[in-house]
Design a protein around this ligand. Sequence first.
Ligand code: PBG
Length: 328
Amino acid sequence: MFPTTRLRRLRMHPRVRDLVRETQLDVEDLILPLFVRHGSGEQRPIASMPGQFQWSVDQLPGLVRDIDSAGIPAVILFGIPEQKDAQGSGAWCAHGIVQEAVRAIQAESSRLLVMTDVCFCEFTDHGHCGVLTHHAGRMDVDNDATLDLLVKEAVSHAQAGADLIAPSGMMDGMIQALRRGLDDAGFPHIPIMSYAAKYASGFYGPFRDAAESAPQQGDRKSYQMDPANGAEALREVDLDVAEGADMLMVKPALSYLDIIRRVKERHPGVPLAAYNVSGEYAMVKAAAQAGWLDEQRVALEILTSVKRAGADMILTYHALDVARWLAD
Ligand code: PBG
């Protein structure tokens, strides 16, 4: 008790502060999302995500060298196909945009881990994360028909050389279907990172511009989770663990720190990722551009808080900036 206990004693000398710091943000914890498109010589700025681009495949080797030398261990790929259809068939095409990007990166760097997002919203002309059907008089994503197509997509990514697949569609039974599908196709060693607790969030707005994947009609509330629910996230992650997920993800990150903490406590041994999504990135960028806050300080504070909440790794558009800031 005061005056014997004075917690400020641990804050006075900078080296003491370093010694007692509980959470360390490391570049090795970061995964950089990349948007890839057809064409050549393309590095198209994404207006709602300053500093982020849609890259054509021929630009990837140089980019990947920079990512690798920054010490970032992994990228996750999102593809913008040339053509879309009702089924999203571009997603499992052997020469689809993601498959070509995976090959280009694997040809360049053997150190970088190449992850792929497995979903359909970028590939369907209606923008939903699976095939549509009429259900009780309403258009909705057909869960079980989508599972078969997700397996085709994931196997095709693995055949192109993906090191890890990350399904983000929030279909029921998705992890079991993908695990069986990958095993049967000869890829039992490919890990699955499940977007296990993914919320129907307004924070994905800039991403949908970047990936050109906004639903043409309706929303994603029949498959992504209600932001009001926490206990349900635990049911989602329990199922995914039981179905064979190797890693879990909570998404978005900042408004869901409580979920990150609860998932980590529920499954302490399962590696947990958090996705610091496009809207979280865009808010920091916009405020920094207006001169209202210090980008470096705030971005590092956000990412540190995500780790403190319990995430082992973070998907973030700030990854290259963080590598630079931590090196300075
Ligand atoms: C695709 C997918 C989305 C994001 C990652 N994978 C968009 C969505 O579900 O609408 C969002 C990522 C971000 O906002 O940075 N299913």
